[in-house]
Ligand binder design. Structure first.
Ligand code: HEC
Ligand code: HEC
Length: 468
């Protein structure tokens, strides 16, 4: 009797463990199919696609997890891993999987990912208490942001332009800038104050972003989180605006980027992506700039473009490559040339500005057909608080010629020297169109006034007749 009870207990415990082993097995299959080409067969972060990827895919055996609800140095909870696989890590090659996999499969993956590291067998995982504070105190948060020296890395403007960002790059042997907090959707663990609170409290394991649990009180970390959330002011990196229309101004074009004249031109937000790199063949995954804004003015004789983008470091050249920007043009009303350097069917004209205000101009009809020309444009750049502001100016006639109401293909590209960007390693847009707004013609205004006057005279005479 007792023996059969023991047997029953053994059998039922075997059954209880079965779904678990099953989950891990199903998880392993999905992992081999979907994850191993980046994270590697054994989870070491060394899959065939990991070459040149930065940040590299996580080593799931070491298990230094960035996004957790646990204190610094601890492993994530099961829920944390579930959320990461579902949502991904924005701004990195680690996409969210919830559009492709259902919840059950993601739980199976959680079970398999944990089995890759022996650390999950013994180490504690104690989730932090979520903040019970609902009060939003952005002003206090701003003071703490400065007092706690977040500015050293993230900068006063929050664009990651702090004074030691370049040093981080060297200490870690790789470009390692602190997050640009004005682009909220690039926060890997989410941009809600509750989520930011957990990042500030527990830090991001294995990165220069340390924990503040013992350095700041609960209330201070919460106020800080509400302030950081308020810095998220850059628009999302999608745009349907494809026309850069130069607004007509009278007199000379402005020389400085903060001249109010620029406000008369419509701002076009341009999403940028990593350029395809040929050697080794891959995409440049981590360009610094995620968007640029461009606007244009013309005064009847000259056209001016103001190009602006976030770059935490001002790199003028020397040991590393200078920051630089390109405006590239196709033919008026022509087709859009092959986007990098044009080809036999369509040439491109390239204006290149480099930090320090050196300029060069090329025409290209394919990679082997590049001609340097005398630069017919001028460009001046100012770097301030983690943002470049570069003004390009040129006569509206010439090559390429700008004509009112006609459309010239234009493409934008920028490089961050401190991020190792040189040659084709850079951020690049798709083709947009540039055009200039037609002149407000004096003749049409006169014709309108004559009509108006005529109408008034007719009306007055009718009224006079009625009175009589
Ligand atoms: C295209 C490459 C790629 C693929 C495919 C990929 N990952 Fe990742 N994964 C990454 C990179 C890169 C990181 C690290 C990003 C960082 O450090 O900011 C990462 C990080 C992670 C992390 C760590 C999260 C943290 O908080 O630190 C987990 C867990 C993870 N991936 C699981 C998966 C699973 C499961 C799959 C398959 C469903 C998968 N990944 C597919 C590239 C990839
Ligand atoms: C030593 C430099 C350094 C200091 C000081 C620093 N950070 Fe960071 N911070 C970083 C780096 C680097 C990252 C990006 C880590 C990564 O994703 O690999 C980061 C990331 C972040 C993130 C993004 C988390 C996410 O979900 O992506 C937030 C929010 C943040 N820091 C807030 C703060 C606040 C608030 C302070 C001050 C209390 C601070 N940091 C101090 C370097 C620093």
């Amino acid at each position: 009797m007792r023996q059969s009870a023991v047997l029953l207990a053994v059998v039922s415990s075997l059954f209880a463990s079965l779904p678990h082993a099953g989950a891990q097995e199903v998880g392993r299959e999905i992992y081999q199919q979907r994850c191993s080409w980046c994270h590697g067969d054994e989870g070491r972060g060394d899959g065939p696609s990991a070459v040149g990827m930065f940040p590299p895919p996580r080593d799931l055996v070491r298990a230094d997890y960035k996004i957790r609800s646990t204190p610094h140095g601890q492993l994530p909870t099961d829920d944390d891993i579930f959320n990461i696989i579902s949502r991904g890590l924005p701004g990195t090659p680690m996409q969210g999987w919830n559009a492709i996999l259902d919840e059950e499969d993601i739980w199976n993956l959680v079970s398999y990912v944990k089995s890759l590291s022996p650390r999950f067998e013994g180490e504690p995982r104690n989730p932090l208490d979520p903040p019970l504070l609902s009060q939003i105190d952005v002003d206090r948060g701003e003071r703490i942001y400065k007092d706690a020296k977040c500015t050293l890395c993230h900068g006063v403007a929050g664009r990651g332009e702090g004074e030691i960002t370049t040093r981080l790059a060297f200490d870690w042997g790789l470009p390692y800038s602190a997050r640009d907090l004005t682009r909220g959707w690039t926060l890997k663990g989410g941009s809600e104050p509750q989520e930011i609170y957990l990042r500030i409290t527990g830090g991001l394991n294995g990165t220069p972003m340390g924990p503040y649990q013992d350095l700041l009180s609960d209330q201070d970390r919460w106020a800080l989180a509400t302030y950081v959330a308020s810095l998220d002011r850059e628009p999302l990196e999608t745009s349907e605006d494809f026309v850069v229309a130069a607004a007509r101004v009278d007199g000379s074009l402005p020389d400085s980027f903060d001249d109010p004249a620029w406000e008369t031109a419509r701002v076009v937000l341009v999403p940028l992506a990593g350029q395809v790199v040929q050697d080794p063949p891959s995409r440049w995954w981590t360009p610094t700039a995620g968007t640029a804004t461009i606007r244009a003015l013309w005064n009847g004789a000259e056209v001016g473009f103001l190009l602006e983008w976030n770059d935490p470091t001002e790199t003028l050249g020397g040991d590393i490559f200078p920051d630089s920007a390109f405006l590239q043009f196709g033919d008026l009303n022509g087709s859009k040339p092959y986007f990098l350097l044009g080809d036999g069917n369509g040439a491109v004209r390239i204006w290149h500005w480099q930090a320090g205000d050196r300029v060069e101009e090329w025409t290209a009809a394919g990679a082997l057909e590049i001609d340097t020309r005398l630069a017919a444009f001028r460009a001046t750049g100012v770097w301030r608080d983690g943002r470049w502001h570069v003004i390009f100016r040129r006569s509206a006639t010439g090559d390429p010629g700008f004509e009112a109401g006609e459309f010239l293909p234009i493409l934008i590209s920028v490089r961050d020297g401190a991020n190792g960007e040189t040659g084709n390693i850079r951020a690049i847009s798709t083709w947009l169109y540039a055009t200039i707004e037609p002149t407000r013609s004096l003749r049409s205004v006169l014709v309108f006034l004559v009509f108006l006057l005529g109408a008034v005279i007719v009306e007055l005479s009718v009224l006079a007749r009625i009175r009589r």
